[in-house]
Design a protein around this ligand. Structure first.
Ligand SMILES: [Zn+2]
Ligand SMILES: [Zn+2]
Length: 274
């Protein structure tokens, strides 16, 4: 009985210390990313200016078009592209809905961008995941950080949960990782609610269920190049090239400078032609 009480006490202490540690870690990572983005904004304006002079030299100054990203303030060059409801910022990698572009643009769209791991539109973060194992006096410790979306980190969090459970004491750390992976992301977001589940279905190549989830999001956010891009990428990965092409075209109709959608559309068209 006393042993159980000690274990519960130790678990509670580890859980709350872990919670504090994860909060500090998350806060620091988010601040570092914001600082990194802000530090590079001036460079984007210099690059845009250089591009203007380049076009002016060839007598095409009138063709030059650039806008300021509403999220980070970077200059985004869109010369030669039609004006669409959304704009993609290659600097902060977020999509922004132009004023008047949609009736109710999501308030938190600055948090969403393409996941560096699965390339789907999501809310990626830097996660710190791993396990601790005690063997009498020896401690095996393996922690690492990975930048990805919640759908990508969930299988790792589940695996580490069981590894942390092995020697009982670090079990709360495993639980915290699972909670972070499952309760964060788009779960509480109003507009993009269900996006992590849709992306998980996309990872599993369950085409129709994934498209059903994406369509439910599009009912709430009809102007969303990111969600349409996810539909296209899911179709492409499942071998449905006809619908993939249609979704990439629809994504570009919402956001003409969404570079990954341009590349994906070209890849689909060359696959269909070949
Ligand atoms: Zn930006
Ligand atoms: Zn991902």
């Amino acid at each position: 009985m006393a042993l159980v009480a000690v274990l519960v006490l130790v678990w509670s202490a580890i859980f709350f210390l872990g919670l504090l540690g994860f909060s500090f870690w998350y806060g620091n990572q988010a601040r570092a990313r914001r600082k990194g983005i802000q530090a590079g904004v001036a460079h984007t304006h210099k690059a845009a200016e250089a591009r203007y002079h380049e076009l002016a030299k060839c007598g095409h100054a009138a063709a030059y078009r650039a806008e300021q990203c509403p999220h980070c303030g970077a200059a985004v060059e869109i010369s030669g592209l039609p004006a669409t409801a959304q704009i993609y910022c290659p600097h902060c990698q977020a999509l922004a809905t132009r004023p008047g572009g949609a009736p109710q643009p999501p308030r938190d769209e600055a948090h969403y961008r393409l996941c560096p791991v699965c390339k789907l539109y999501a809310a990626p973060q830097t996660f710190r995941v791993g396990y601790v194992a005690f063997f009498v006096v020896a401690i095996v410790r393996s922690f690492g950080s990975v930048e990805c979306c919640h759908a990508c980190v969930r299988p790792h969090a589940r695996g580490y949960f069981f590894k942390n459970l092995l020697t009982l004491v670090p079990a709360p750390l495993g639980l915290l990782q699972v909670l972070w992976a499952y309760l964060g992301g788009a779960r509480f977001a109003t507009a993009f609610k269900g996006l992590d589940e849709a992306n998980t279905l996309s990872h599993r190549k369950q085409l129709e269920p994934a498209l059903g989830h994406y369509q439910a999001i599009l009912q709430r956010v009809p102007v969303s190049a990111g969600i349409k891009y996810n539909c296209g990428l899911t179709c492409l990965r499942c071998g449905d090239l006809v619908r993939a092409d249609q979704f990439f075209v629809a994504a570009l109709a919402d956001c003409s400078n969404l570079i990954p959608a341009m590349h994906a559309r070209e890849a689909v068209r060359s696959m269909r032609a070949g």
